[in-house]
Design a protein around this ligand. Structure first.
Ligand code: FAD
Ligand code: FES
Ligand code: FES
Length: 492
């Protein structure tokens, strides 16, 4: 086997220039690099945890020969994840003839800025939206801005500005559009197929050359911290000052970013982000669309991966319960060896998953619901957007011709130490007629499945009641009843 070439410098592009760095640590964030080392202070620090969007920048990455620019949170994005990327900060924005950029001018004219602290972040999120959708609807604007907080303007002015951007300029004339071909060539030139290894001791990280190289690296260094989108790991550093060295950055590995469908099963690589998975999964399993829309803000969805959401083992991760209800399986890999297990078996206890030293999550396989089957997922939070689950229920039902329950899988998040199936409730429903009386009888066995906790998100009583009500809601929906849901437009 050919020996992997090793490079000891990180290479990427920042605005118009090339960057090559060898003095960079595994826990250095893009935000610190921009502000402290490059004096690019238009990018602000608000929360340092991916919530406020003040640190929003664009990261352009090559994907199947295309260059895609996405908004990301620089505060929880590590430098090691940027190899081969193009970072665009607010300082790079410019309009024709030295004028303000269309996004900036619209924000000025529509009074989208008051104290101005949040403004660069809003401008960057709107810039990303405008480039992919020059005439966005209000719902799309609100979705793009879910991850940006403003304490002054009340948002109305910003939404008006967003609607008007195209009256100030054309996307085709934007520098990132004009220079795209040239930029693709430059970024392609940075891809030399080498593994990046930087630093030593407590300041060491590795960017594997490809998935096989990642498997080899992890086999040799099983205690290394795997970093995919860093939307969890970022906070270990910024909030808990944890040591993540040696870190292995896998977010750029194309071999983990595939989505494919075969014989009714969708396979999603562990490195696929929410944004990348959205179009395929939401099309094939429509109930997942609204759920994905409520995971973090756009910046988090552009970075966070489904593999990371599973691997972190959190009892309140949003994707495991629906995937368990759908009967998903998980492929784990160590070196060249692979094993595939039912997803639910991966979660052993709080903080304990069925992942051996040196093993990593390679892919999740999601069977599509059979024709006529009903599938729903409902997330209960204090706030609609940008909030972590208190309780989440996922329901997957197939009825027999006579109206009895042929099969049902129910899984919850936020109800136990792990994402968990409601097996006693499922047993109480199996084979019974799908009627209100059956549902109410099954609800009486909920306590055999779950003893939820009280925490800052909800009390145990609230969780228990909400979980039962979600089953009642699923019954209502599957019985032809209209269940009112407040949509983004109605709420506005
Ligand atoms: C502002 C904000 C809002 C959020 N909102 C939500 C929300 O609404 N719902 C929700 O569920 N989550 C939410 N999260 C949490 C987070 O976005 C998700 O858990 C995300 O899916 C994690 O993926 P990642 O790629 O960023 O993982 P990382 O942070 O890179 O890694 C997470 C964990 O998984 C491990 N890991 C990653 N990939 C692999 C792999 N392939 N094999 C083995 N181990 C691996 C890492 O070592 C680490 O332990 C939010 C986070 C933030 C910052
Ligand atoms: S500083 Fe708040 S999201 Fe980054
Ligand atoms: S203008 Fe002050 S925080 Fe948004």
């Amino acid at each position: 086997m050919a020996k992997t070439r090793v490079r000891t410098e990180l290479r990427f592009m920042l605005n118009g220039g090339d960057v090559a760095l060898s003095d960079v640590g595994p826990d250095e964030t893009l935000l610190d690099y921009l502000r402290l080392r490059r004096a690019l202070r238009g990018t602000k620090e608000g929360c340092a945890e991916g919530d406020c969007g003040a640190c929003t920048v664009l990261v352009g990455k090559l994907s199947s020969g295309k260059l895609v620019y996405e908004s990301v949170n620089a505060c929880i994005r590590f430098m090691g994840s940027l190899d081969g990327c193009h970072v665009v900060t607010v300082e790079h924005l410019r309009g024709e003839g030295g004028k303000l950029h269309p996004v900036q001018q619209a924000m000025v004219d529509f009074h989208g800025s008051q104290c101005g602290f949040c403004t660069p972040g809003f401008v960057m999120s709107l810039y990303a939206l405008w480039m992919r959708s020059p005439e966005p609807a209000v719902a799309a604007i609100e979705k793009a801005l879910q991850g940006n907080l403003c304490r002054c303007t009340g948002y109305e002015a910003i939404v008006r500005a967003a609607k008007a951007i195209s009256t100030y300029g054309q996307v085709a004339k934007d520098p990132l559009a004009v220079e795209r071909k040239h930029m693709i060539a430059r970024l392609t030139g940075l891809r030399d197929g080498a593994r990046v290894e930087i630093g030593e001791g407590k300041r060491r990280f590795i960017v594997p050359a490809d998935v096989d190289d990642f498997a080899a690296v992890l086999d040799k260094e099983p205690a290394a911290t795997i970093v995919a989108g860093s939307t969890d790991v970022g906070l270990w550093v910024t909030k808990h000052m944890r040591d993540i060295s040696p870190a292995v950055f896998i977010g750029g590995l194309d071999g983990l970013r595939g989505i494919s469908e075969e014989k009714g099963v969708v396979t999603i690589g562990a490195g696929v982000t929410y944004t990348e998975a959205f179009s395929t999964l939401a099309k094939r399993i429509p109930a997942l669309g609204p759920l994905f829309d409520r995971i973090g803000g756009e910046q988090v969805r552009n970075m966070g991966t489904i593999g990371g959401n599973i691997a972190n083992g959190s009892p309140i991760g949003d994707t495991p319960p629906p995937l368990i209800a759908l009967g998903a399986t998980l492929t784990l890999r160590k070196g060249k060896k692979r094993r595939t297990i039912p997803l639910e078996e991966f979660f052993i206890a709080y903080g304990k998953q069925d992942r051996k030293p040196g093993e990593f999550v390679e892919a999740v396989h999601v069977p599509l619901p059979a024709k006529g089957a009903r599938f729903a997922v409902h997330k209960v939070t204090k706030r609609r957007d940008e909030d972590i689950t208190a309780t989440l229920g996922a329901f997957h039902l197939a009825l027999a011709k006579d109206g009895t329950v042929a099969s049902i899988r129910i899984a919850y998040g936020g109800m136990a130490a792990t994402p968990k199936r409601a097996k006693a409730v499922e047993a109480a429903l199996a084979g019974k007629p799908w009627t209100e009386a059956t549902i109410e009888a099954a609800i009486s066995v909920y306590d055999a499945d779950f003893t939820p906790l009280t925490d800052m998100r909800a009390t145990a009583e609230y969780r228990a009641l909400a979980a039962k009500n979600l089953l009642r809601r699923f019954f209502a929906e599957t019985s032809g009843e209209q269940v009112a849901t407040v949509t983004r437009q109605e709420a506005a």
